[in-house]
Every structure is written in C-alpha cells, then in structure tokens.
Design a protein around this ligand. Structure first.
Ligand SMILES: Nc1ncnc2c1ncn2[C@@H]1O[C@H](COP(=O)(O)OP(=O)(O)OP(=O)(O)O)[C@@H](O)[C@H]1O
Length: 657
C-alpha cells in the first residue's frame, strides 16, 4: 500500500521512500505484500526470495518456553552474547582486564567506605584509635594514620577508575573497526545478485549509524559489567556487616530489575521501529541528491519537500518514544530503589546492629550499591535501545555470508576463445530474460551485440563477467566452463566498461589505476593515450594528479577515463557496454580506432545501439526478447534480419538528413 501525499509524490509501503505517484495500473505493481524494491543497480530488479528474507530476526528473541520471565531474560542475554562474541575477538584481553580492574576497584572502594565510616564514628565519639579491617588485614591505627590509609586507598581507587574509563572506549573502537571491516569484506565476497539489491543508502546507514550505535552499546556493556561487579562487592561487604539489610537490598534490586523487563521489551520494540525508519530516511536523503536536478527542473520541489516531511515524521515519532522510555526507566528504577533502601535501613534498625561504625558502613555501602544498581539498569536500557541496530548488522552479515561468490579451482593461462552455449537466465525464478542464447568469439575477433532495449544484452554480459550464473547452459572459456576457473584468474584476464561508469574519489591516476597497485605510472599513461584522454589530462593544471572529485569532468571524459581503466592492465577479454554513447563523433572515431588496435590481441565483446560503433565487429549477434535472432556480419544481417535491416535503414536516413 502506498500513502499519497500532496503533489505528485507518494510514500511507498510503510512510508519508507518518496516515490512519484504512479498511474493506477503501475501502482499495483508495488505488490500485495507491500514489499519495497530496494535495488538500484538495474531498474526492475527485485529481491529473490532467498536473499532478502529477514534472516534470523529472532536472533535476540527468546523462545517463549514457560512463563519464567527471569529465565527468559537470562537466555536472551546468552543468545545476544553468542551472536556478539565474535566481535569481541580483538578485545578478549581487555575484557579480562576490565573484570580484574573492576574487582580491584570494588574491593578498594568497599574498604574505603568501611574505613571512612569507622573514622567518622571514631571522630564523633572522640575515640582515639581506629580499628582497621581491610580484607584479612586488621590493625589499630591512630586517627591520622587511618586518614592517611583512607587517602592512599582513594588514590588507588582513582587510578583504577581511570583505567576503567579507558577500557570501554578502547573495546568499543575495536568492535567498531572490526564490524566495519567484516561488513565490507562480507559484502565484497557476497554474490553479485545480493550486492545488486543492496540500496546504497541502506549500506551506508549500516556502516555509519548502526556501527556507531553498536559501538555505544559496547561501552554500555562494559560499564554494565563494571557496575555489576561493583554492586556485587558492595552487597557482599554490606552482607558482612548486616546480613538482613544487604540481602533485602540485593533481592529488591533483582526483583525490580525483572519487574522492569516488560518496559525493556517495549523500549526494544520502539528502537526497532526507529532503526527501520532511520534506514529508510537515509535512503530518502540519498534520493534527494540523486533527483535534485530533476525535481528543480520539473518544478516539483514543493511537493517533494512536503513528502519529505512525512519521512522526517516517520523518524521523529519512534525517536521521541525511545528517548522517553530510555530516560524514564532509570528514573523509575531510582525512585523505587530509594524506597527499598529505606526499607533495608529499617531492617538494619530492627535487627539492631551492634555498633555504630557497622551501621554507618552498611548505610554507605548500600547507598553505593544503589548507585551501581542504577548504572546496571541504565546500561541494560541503553543496550536494549541499540539491539535492533545491532540486529540489522547481523542480518546483513548473515545475508552476505549465506550467498557467497562461487569460485572455481582451475588456473587460466591465456584466453583463446569465449563462447556462450545454450544459456538461459532469469532474475526471478519464474521469468526468463534469456533463453537458449549461443554464440562464440575467438582471440583477435570482435563480436557485437545489438537489439532493442530490454532484449537481454546487458544480462548476457553479466553472465560473461561471472557476475551472475546461468540457470541452464554454460559460458565457456577455451571450451571449459568458466565456473571451474578461479575467479581471480578470470578477473585478471577480463576488463569491463559499463554503461554508466563510476569514478572514485581521488586523482585521475587513481581512477585509471583503480586499486591495482601493481600498475605503474607508465602503464596508466599508456592506457590513457589509447583511450584518447591523455592530451586532455595533460592540459589540466595538475595533469594526472588532478582530483576528479574537485574537477567536474564531462560525460565523454568520464567515459574515456573508464576506458583507460579497462585498458590499463592489458586484458585478454574486453567487454564494453555502450562504450561510446557519451562521445562526440571525433572522440568516438578515435576510440574506435584504438579498439581496432586492441582487438588484434584480445577478444572484444561490444554492446552498442549505434551501428557505427559496431563497424569493427567481425560478427554481430542480434538479440530480440531474450533470444538470439541472428548472428552474422553486417552485410549478412542487412540481408537476412528484419530488426537489423530496420536499424540500418534508420541509421542511413539519419546520416542523410
Ligand atoms: N536486476 C534486474 N532484476 C530484474 N530484472 C532485470 C534486471 N536487470 C534487467 N532486468 C530485466 O531483464 C530484461 C533484459 O534486460 P537487459 O538490461 O539485459 O536488457 P538490454 O538489452 O541490455 O537493455 P538496454 O539496451 O535498455 O540496456 C529486461 O526485461 C529487464 O527489465
């Protein structure tokens, strides 16, 4: 279902993205389930059922066995820890250190509190000596001696606190870095069919916002662990002084913790909504930039802004609720816990603790325990709030890892021939866009692929490049199934110039070298000459060091930089999808000339709509409706293929006009 907003835009299912309003019959294609098509790589791409299914959404959900809320909460912590522990692989030593430091800090603090209580009582009663008990140590000290010991312990506690303040940040930055690297490499190693569906905005949100939230959750987790250890030590120390009061306080804190679980679950639900809304919001922001030119030119800015308001609102509501609950829970906890403290002290009074110093120590220890209990609760709240963001990352990792690129085992010396044999293929299981496609090409030859829009030309190219797998039939290299060849070996032999080439942030040189560090400057320059862009690059003030991001370059220049990129590593197979569509006639002629030269020692596969681009091809494959309609030379096809003859006549008419 789509919600209409003022003007010519609507929100898609769930109010996720701003879309132009569609005619009624087209709008129906949104699908009954209201699924949003996220892919941007090719229009019309949808999510195959396997890849986009929500994966293990119950990763943190706890099986509803029995009604024991306490057990369920503990199980949920266990499940969360199992899923998260791989991300702590670089922090194990830090975790041990954190625990050791927290135990030491707890013991020191409990000792200081007991000592301060004893000194205070000694001062108020005018007693001369202070009986000191620190763990197994017992001594009678003068008041000044006792104060000096208390001061020393406080310094130790401060040093331990500093270390405890450092560790969570250290662990969190490590988890942040590991998560980003894992996400990136899992994405890179996943099959193209999965990558192609991933919206750029969604991936960006995962990498930035979600990873940051998880890093913050790690800080909360570390603080929670510290608080739990400190709480336990304070209660243990208080137990030694007054069993009744301390056990009352401990039991009360746990009961309170479990009583607040429903609120925690509510918080998690709001946070889940927030995480989804935030993801969709980022995608919309990306769209704003992508269509900024068109919305302005079409005068649609006002209604687009109105539609965007709804997007902003979609984030605002769950955000406000999440913030409220996450602030209310610690406050609620604090109020109830204070009542419990008063009850515990009443118990102390009733139990008539024998000495004043003991009473003062119990009070101090329980007040501190209360503070740590609040910190535990705050940590849990903050983790709850961030779990859905973590969840999205884990789901994405699952999705990428469950669909890895398939690899072959054979090496590849040289490419003598390439053929497509009875290949059928569909983006969805129920629709085939290619049927029984066959053609072949040998080294030193160029083959063109021509056909009406949507005929399947780019799809064939994706199979040759091994970006996708045929549903039946084979792509053969030297007569061998390309799937048996190591991906890395095939990648070294093939180069590709896509329909819309992308530049990366960096210099012209970086863009031609394109992360292939083994290419030297000479090879980069040679490729630029062959792509007929060298002279223009040299006319720019910083030549090959010109930042392309800072310098606007024309569509034709961009296309030639990307052609140079393809030529730089001297490939044996070159696949070009409309390589000259943005070139003026002189540049097109120059590029055609260099492709002619390249052809001598390579296999060229060339998709083009303009027949002029295909003039160098030895054979041309005409594709119509996903099938090969004819294969032959230009002259053959003019004679025997209706589509080709028509295109040829149109081309001639256009030239004559
Ligand atoms: N990622 C995708 N998901 C689903 N369908 C797709 C996808 N990419 C292309 N298609 C569909 O496959 C068919 C063939 O598309 P393809 O891009 O191969 O055609 P083409 O001949 O290269 O078209 P053009 O000349 O317009 O680039 C079309 O019906 C198209 O809508």
């Amino acid at each position: 279902m789509s919600r209409r907003v003022k003007g010519g835009f609507r929100l898609d299912s769930g109010g996720s993205r701003i879309l132009p309003t569609l005619p009624r019959d087209e709008a129906r294609r949104d699908g009954p389930s209201g699924t949003t098509v996220v892919g941007r790589v090719r229009s019309g791409e949808t999510t195959p059922p396997t890849a986009r299914q929500p994966v293990s959404t119950s990763a943190f959900a706890v099986p509803a066995r029995g009604n024991n809320k306490g057990l369920r909460a503990l199980r949920s912590v266990g499940v969360a820890w199992r899923r998260l522990s791989p991300f702590f692989r670089g922090s194990r030593r830090h975790i041990m250190l954190l625990v050791a430091l927290a135990v030491s800090a707890g013991l020191v603090e409990a000792s200081v509190l007991a000592l301060v209580a004893t000194i205070a009582v000694a001062l108020s009663t005018g007693g001369g000596e202070v009986a000191l008990h620190v763990g197994p140590l017992a001594a009678d000290l003068s008041q000044s001696g006792a104060l000096a010991v208390a001061f020393g312990l406080t310094l130790v506690r401060a040093a331990l606190q500093l270390a405890l303040a450092y560790l969570p940040g250290r662990m969190s930055s490590q988890v942040m870095a590991d998560l980003r690297v894992d996400l990136f490499s899992a994405f890179t190693n996943s099959a193209w069919s999965v990558k192609a569906q991933e919206g750029g905005g969604a991936f960006q949100t995962l990498m930035t916002q979600n990873v940051t939230y998880v890093a913050l959750a790690v800080i909360s987790l570390a603080n929670g662990v510290t608080a739990t250890i400190m709480f336990t030590i304070m209660i243990a120390a208080a137990l030694a002084q007054s069993f009744v009061a301390a056990s009352l306080m401990a039991i009360g804190a746990f009961v309170l913790f479990f009583t607040l679980r429903p609120l925690s679950r509510l918080l998690r639900r709001f946070a889940k909504r927030l995480s989804r809304a935030a993801m969709r919001f980022t995608e919309s922001v990306q769209d704003i930039i992508a269509v900024a030119e068109e919305t302005e030119v079409f005068g649609a800015t006002e209604s687009y802004v109105a539609a965007f308001h709804d997007q902003v609102d979609a984030v605002r509501r769950p955000y406000a609720r999440t913030r409220f609950l996450s602030a209310a829970m610690p406050a609620l906890y604090q109020s109830v816990a204070l009542v419990m403290l008063v009850l515990a002290l009443t118990a102390v009074a009733l139990a008539e603790v024998g000495n004043l110093a003991g009473l003062a120590a119990v009070i101090l220890l329980l007040v501190r325990a209360l503070t740590y209990a609040q910190q535990m609760q705050a940590a849990i709240t903050s983790i709850d709030e961030r779990l859905p963001f973590m969840h999205q990352i884990l789901d994405a990792l699952d999705r990428y890892r469950r669909n890895p690129q398939q690899d072959g085992t054979r090496d590849l010396d040289t490419v003598a021939s390439l053929s497509v044999e009875d290949v059928s293929f569909g983006y969805r299981a129920d629709t085939e866009v290619l049927q029984d496609v066959s053609f072949g090409v040998s080294r030193g030859e160029a083959i063109g692929i021509v056909g009406p829009s949507g005929a399947g030309k780019s799809s064939v190219v994706q199979l040759i490049l091994r970006l996708r797998e045929p549903s039946s039939g084979r792509v053969l290299v030297n007569g061998q199934d390309v799937r048996e060849i190591k991906r890395s070996a095939w990648r070294k032999k093939v180069a590709y110039v896509p329909q819309s080439s992308q530049l990366v942030r960096g210099t012209v040189r970086d863009n031609i070298r394109f992360y292939r560090e083994w290419l030297d400057d000479e090879q980069v320059e040679r490729a630029a000459r062959r792509a007929h862009i060298h002279e223009e690059i040299m006319s720019w003030p910083e030549g090959y060091d010109t930042m392309i991001g800072q310098r606007a370059i024309s569509g034709g220049q961009r296309q030639r930089v990307c052609l140079a990129r393809a030529l730089a590593d001297e490939p044996e197979v070159m696949v070009l999808d409309e390589p000259t569509s943005a070139l003026d006639v002189r540049s097109e002629e120059a590029v055609r000339q260099s492709l002619h030269e390249v052809k001598e020692d390579t296999i060229l596969v060339l998709i083009a709509h303009r027949l002029s681009t295909l003039s160098m091809c030895d054979r041309i494959v005409v594709m119509v409706d996903g099938r090969v309609s004819a294969v032959g030379s230009h002259a053959d096809l003019v004679e025997k293929n209706d589509f080709f003859r028509e295109v040829n006549e149109i081309t001639h008419r256009q030239v004559a006009q």
